[in-house]
Design a protein around this ligand. Sequence first.
Ligand SMILES: Cc1cc2ncn([C@H]3O[C@H](COP(=O)(O)O)[C@@H](O)[C@H]3O)c2cc1C
Ligand SMILES: O=C(O)c1cccnc1
Length: 357
Amino acid sequence: MWKLPKQIEQLNQESIEQARMRHDQLTKPPGSLGMLEEIGIRLAGIQGATIPTAEPAAVVVMAGDHGVTEEGVSAFPSEVTVQMVLNFMAGGAAINVLARNAGADVHVVDIGVKADIPLEQVQAGNSGNRLWIEKVRYGTGNMAKEPAMTRDEAEQALSVGWKIGRELSVQGYKVIALGEMGIGNTTASAAIASVLTGKPVPEVVGAGTGLSTEGIRHKSEVIERAIATNAPDPQDPVDVLAKVGGLEIAGLTGLTLACAAHRVAVVVDGFIASAAAIAAVRIEPAVQPYLFASHKSVEPGHRILLEALDLQPLFDFSMRLGEGSGASLALPVLQGAARVLKEMATFAEAGVSDGVS
Ligand SMILES: Cc1cc2ncn([C@H]3O[C@H](COP(=O)(O)O)[C@@H](O)[C@H]3O)c2cc1C
Ligand SMILES: O=C(O)c1cccnc1
């Protein structure tokens, strides 16, 4: 079993208590900022600081291809994965806009794209964007016929994610948003969700990039075949990632674990990032309090994963994009939660009368 290079510690209870006490001294009725207070207090526990910060932040977009696309499970062709990597580097994708909106950097990782990234086409000069070439293999195998990858490859992908998480923590990032790109990855995510939660496949399958009702039925059949062919062990999350997962999904699992081990908060995005997060929680349950859920995706399996993760999404905007788009949109909420603890005046400082009871 893949072992964490560094253990994940519990949140700092003293910082949590101190942040809670400070919140009650700020010029507002106690508790009146609701969930924003809870977010700030949890950030304090993660960072071991009464006054936490959610800046700087980065979104890490892991990209990988899926052999199962040859079964016709996506409304788009695999080539879109590499094309979108170029778009991310040029700054023109939704994630670039939403990361800029949040003041966050974008780190794009080729962990398993089917093609080599044409580096001559990567546009230079987009400050804050970085491309990591960390390819474990050229796309996964078709899981309807064979394991998506070997256990060794799954462990390599976990280690790539771990390395990046550790490096970003050293660079000083306080919050990491999970992003992904990989045509076919809602198929892998649904397989992971079904195996790890025990829910029947049709309950966790959705339209992805836009399948018809008939397309969704076919996708369910393919996933059922993949699970029957590979028999992933639900008690062994690395086996599940290897047999029916994806390189970018396993990479995000390793990244999530590394962030928590280095006391960096993680904002989980939609269905695919949540499939990576549930694998992380099954590998090491202590990761859970380091996670924040941004939104509830349209993908029907996302609600099931959020319940399994015991996370409350911040918003439901009928989003179904991925890339880290929802997680990036949630970053200003975390930034607001931290800044309130830092910048609001206390009753004593502002000369405002305290509550009477
Ligand atoms: C242009 C384009 C940009 C995207 N950005 C994210 N996804 C999203 O769609 C894919 C998953 O859906 P499925 O399993 O149906 O293929 C992933 O790449 C996900 O990140 C995109 C999809 C497309 C087509
Ligand atoms: O929820 C997601 O992350 C999602 C849903 C559909 C397609 N791509 C991503």
